[in-house]
Each structure stands twice: as C-alpha cells, then as structure tokens.
Design a protein around this ligand. Structure first.
Ligand code: ATP
Length: 431
C-alpha cells in the first residue's frame, strides 16, 4: 500500500517529512516498509506553500490495511498544525490491487502538480473517479500534493536525487540548532560534487541547516544514498531523534517547461526560454537587477536576478543588448526570476583608440582637431581612430545562482557538468 501525506505543517512548527519519517517507524508494527520514501517538490510558485511545497509518500507491505489507515489518520489528526489557517492536510492510500489501474492518470497528475496550478476540486474529483481511499482536513488542499506523491511513487522513472534529513529531539524544537559548522564544512568537502548545497563557499554560509521552528536539524542533498549518508554522519550536532533518506525530484529541473515564445508564458509557471537581451540591466532599490529580453517574434518581458541571488547579479549586470541567452526560472508578476542561464553568444563591443604606428608599434598622438593622428617619432600618419574589441570578460557557458538562493527543484550545475561538457558549451557551477 502507498501512503502519501501533505500540508501538515505551519510556519510555527511540524514538517510533513518528519511526520512521514515518524509514521514509517510507527507502522513497522503492522508490516514492512518497502524501499525509499519519496519527497517531491511541487510547483514552487504556489502561494499556499509553507516553505518548499513538498509532499511525501512511502510504501508498506501489510496484511492489516485498515489498521494502517486508521493509524495514519489519527496521527495526522493529532500532529498536523490544524489550528493554522494555512494548514489543510490530505492523505491518500493506494492499495496494491488499485495501483496498476491508477498509475498512468496519477503520473500525469504528478507532473501537472510540479508544473501547473491545480484546484482542490481537481484532486477531489480524480480521487472520486479512481475510487481511492483518502482523507482531507479543512479545505483538503493537501490532497493535491498527496495525490501527486502517489503518482510519483507509482511512476519512478523520473530523474531523481536523494536527501538525508536528520530530525531534532522534540524538546529542542523551536530552540537554536546546535550543529558544529566546522564539521559541516569538512563533511561537505568529503563528498562534493556528489553532494551539494551543504555549504555555500562564495557566500561563506552553511546552507543545510534550516532556521525555522520545525523538527529538521539538517538536510544533505546528493546524487546517491551513500554520499548523503557519509556526509551526514560526519556532522557533529545535538542528538538526532531519527533520520530518513528520501528519493526526491529536488535538483532535477522537473519544473521547467521549454518554451519558444514569450506569448506562451503564463504566470506561476517555470520556463526555459532562448531570448535576446534588449535593455541594459538596471539595479533597482533593494539590489534587484532587472533586464528586458526579446523573443524571436519581437515580444518582450522582464527577467530578474533578485537580491538574494547575491554574486550572481554581478554576472547579469555585465549583459548587453544583443546578447543571446537561455534563461530558466519561474514567472511571477510578468517577470522571470532567473535561476540558471546559458550564454549562447555575446555581442562584440568596440571602443575607438588612437591608432598604432606601423613603424615603431607605439600609439600615435592626435595631430590637432580634425587633422587625424601622427607618430611623433616616425612621422607616420592616420586619418582616423582605430576600433578595437572590448574584452567582455564572460566565458560562454552555463551559470547558476549560488546555493544560498537555489530553488529546491533547480538542477545544480554540479549535476550537469558531465553531460554538458560533452556538448560545445562550458558549465560554470557556482562553486
Ligand atoms: P509541508 O512541509 O507541510 O508540505 P510546504 O511548504 O511543502 O509544507 P504545504 O504546507 O504542503 O507546503 O502547502 C502547499 C499546498 O499547495 C498543499 O496543500 C499542496 O497540496 C498544494 N499544492 C501543491 N502543488 C500544487 C499545485 N501545483 N497547484 C495547486 N496547489 C498545489
């Protein structure tokens, strides 16, 4: 049986992944947990999210399905932050007999939940059509994420990574996390680039430790169970109550929809689009850098490197009208929030300088207003200045925001290196 849970936490406490880990331990009484639990990130632009729009699912082999469902429902009832207006939990159960029949439709629902904006009714009517066991609390919005997690679990072909999540003892929730940052830095070096986003070197920040009141102590992301485990076990910290390793769509770019025309872009969706820069980047109040881009049909839109993207803005500020790029990111308020970019070509910029003497190789001097140039030593003359190319100082290739600004779903360039280096372009991971 697949069990999926979503929307149980609030900004004040709890975390759906913690509830998932807790239930996996508690349910051992009724059967065996099969394989890895999954942690999927859904459309990152959804305003109802508490933090990262996550949803979870796991699979259990059991001869007591009714008891399992009762246990899950009673624990969600007890532990979800139901008092919070934003918390609308949902759980979905898929029995083994049902799974083949519902696989395809739920797989499509999963992809839609990552890329599109769904309504609560979409989930409720699919649950009714497919005859699934489920329970929604309050408005039941969590059923969207829960149904999507079932779809992901039933269709494991998607690109995936792993995250090792360590959880705090209950008494420590809401207090300052005690983690030895030096041990985190050493642990990070031991497995990078097979793990990533543990430490942001350029911005000198440990990024694997959250700051809110939730039960997560730290999370280590990587491309396999082994590297995330090695790194996590090297971290010295306060006692860990429990941990779980999730298979996840984090770091896969699954949210990005390739598109050619700006006219096809919709709010609250995420895209990859090839465009030409049409204005010089401007840095506005708050430190956000904005520039306009044009597609091949002449339509324009704004793209932004917001302040939290830190040093990434220095790159974007160097762009010039005419530069050709692929920008990737989510669209909100008609602006694409750049997560990653690929430089296709850069315009050549020229400046005029005094000509060089063909005899001695030195720069000529002005011979007076309107009289061209002359070499004082050799007497050589030139009518006009020389045009020389200005070095743009930006190698062609792919660039990304630093770990401190990375969206959960964004694929780190550390993961793209091998594939991309086989093509023409170079890859410049933020580290
Ligand atoms: P949690 O740890 O509780 O999962 P979170 O930051 O992941 O916190 P949620 O509290 O789950 O966010 O809130 C996100 C809500 O948005 C959930 O109810 C989920 O079902 C819903 N949701 C997810 N994806 C979509 C989508 N594509 N369209 C509409 N609603 C969505």
């Amino acid at each position: 049986m697949i069990i999926s849970i979503d929307d149980t936490d609030s900004r004040e406490g709890m975390c759906t992944t913690y509830l998932c880990a807790l239930l996996m331990d508690e349910l051992k009484e009724y059967g065996n947990i099969k394989g890895c639990p999954i942690l999927i990130r859904l459309n990152p632009t959804i305003p109802y999210k508490t933090r990262g729009n996550a949803s979870t699912a796991f699979e259990i082999t059991t001869s007591e399905p009714v008891k399992v469902m009762e246990h899950v429902i009673s624990r969600v009832n007890e532990l979800a932050q139901l008092q919070s207006e934003m918390t609308n939990p949902g759980v979905v159960f898929i029995s083994d007999e049902h799974s083949e029949k519902v696989k395809e439709q739920l797989g499509e629902f999963f992809l839609k939940a990552v890329r599109e904006v769904l309504q609560i009714e979409d989930a409720k009517s699919l649950i009714a059509t497919l005859g699934l066991h489920s329970k929604g609390w309050k408005n039941g919005r969590g059923l969207i994420g829960a149904l999507a997690a079932c779809g992901a679990m039933l269709n494991l072909g998607w690109d995936h990574t792993y995250e090792y999540l360590a959880y705090r003892e209950k008494d420590a929730w809401g207090t300052k996390r005690q983690v030895d940052e030096d041990s985190v830095r050493k642990a990070d070096i031991a497995t990078y680039p097979n793990t990533w986003d543990t430490v942001d070197i350029a911005n000198n920040a440990v990024v694997c430790i959250p700051h809110a009141g939730d039960p997560v102590l730290f999370g280590v992301r990587g491309n396999g169970i082994e590297p995330v485990t090695i790194t996590s076990q090297m971290i010295s910290s306060e006692p860990v109550e429990r941990h779980a390793i999730y298979m996840t769509d984090q770091g896969t770019d699954l949210h990005l929809i390739p598109v050619e025309r700006i006219a096809d872009i919709k709010e609250m969706h995420s895209y990859s689009i090839e465009v030409t820069v049409s204005t010089c980047p401007e840095t506005i109040r708050g430190g956000h850098t904005i520039l306009s881009v044009r597609d091949d049909g002449g339509d324009e839109m704004d793209c932004a490197a917001y302040e939290p993207t830190k040093n990434f803005r220095e790159l974007v500020r160097k762009f010039l009208p005419g530069d050709r790029m692929v920008f990737s990111g989510s669209v909100k308020n008609n602006t694409l929030n750049i997560e990653k970019l690929k430089i296709i070509s850069l315009v050549q910029e020229h400046e005029s300088v005094n000509p060089t003497c063909s005899e001695c190789g030195k720069k000529m001097k002005s011979a007076g207003k309107g009289q061209g140039y002359r070499c004082k030593k050799c007497g050589t003359k030139a009518d006009s200045a020389e045009l020389v190319e200005i070095e743009r100082g930006i190698p062609i290739g792919m660039y990304e925001v630093p770990p401190c600004a990375r969206r959960h779903l964004a694929k780190p360039l550390a993961r793209c290196q091998e594939k991309e280096s086989k093509k023409d372009g170079k890859v410049f991971p933020s580290r």
